[in-house]
Each structure stands twice: as structure tokens, then as C-alpha cells.
Write a protein of this length. Structure first.
Length: 116
């Protein structure tokens, strides 16, 4: 069994930065990613990273502002979020799975609120 625990959310102003962390336990995951869900909207993909850290993928809405990375020694994935916008406000979820696009483990979510 695996478990994902997110941390690092909070309330910030537009233009600020935040770094989310997701600590995995119980197993090693090939692909790890971040999703988000804003009130009244469906959950959407934000970013993903492969096992080696060399392959990264981003939603168009966050390209150039967000950076995903992972520390395999700590079994942790990070999401560095810069130049935050009010439209980035959402609950951010960490996800992990055996291959890109397939996620079978999810964290409980962490709230990110960006004020204008």
C-alpha cells in the first residue's frame, strides 16, 4: 500500500510564490503528478514528472510559472509555484501511479488561495 501526504498550501497574494510538497510512503512510484480542483470546476491536470525527473509535463495554464521536481531519496515530489494568480486558487492534489497518465494513488489535498 502507498500513501501520499501533501503540505505547503496557504493564502498568498497575486504574484507571490508557494512550494507544495508531497511525501510518498509505502512504495516507490514511477510517475508523480499534481492536479487541482477549483470550486465548481472539475479536477484538472497541473504537472507530472517521471521516475528519473528528466521528463516533465505541464498544463498550458502553468507553463513558465510552475516547476515540478522530485527527490527520490526522500520519496517526495515538489511543485514550485511562482507568479501566482487568483485563478490558481484551488485544492491541489498529489497523485502517483505506474505510468504517465495513470494515477492510482491520491493525496488528501492542500488548499491554495491567491488573493488579488
Amino acid at each position: 500500500q502507498g500513501q501520499l501526504v501533501e503540505s505547503g498550501g496557504g493564502l498568498v497574494q497575486a504574484g507571490d510564490s508557494l512550494r507544495l510538497s508531497c511525501a510518498a510512503s509505502g512504495r516507490t512510484f514511477i510517475t508523480m503528478g499534481w492536479f487541482r480542483q477549483a470550486p465548481g470546476k472539475e479536477r484538472e491536470f497541473v504537472a507530472a514528472i517521471g521516475r528519473s525527473g528528466k521528463s516533465t509535463y505541464y498544463a498550458d495554464s502553468v507553463k513558465g510559472r510552475f516547476t515540478i521536481s522530485r527527490d527520490n531519496a526522500k520519496n517526495t515530489v515538489y511543485l514550485q509555484m511562482n507568479s501566482l494568480k487568483p485563478e490558481d486558487t484551488a485544492v491541489y492534489y498529489c497523485a502517483a501511479g505506474p505510468t504517465l497518465g495513470m494515477y492510482d494513488y491520491w493525496g488528501q489535498g492542500t488548499q491554495v488561495t491567491v488573493s488579488s
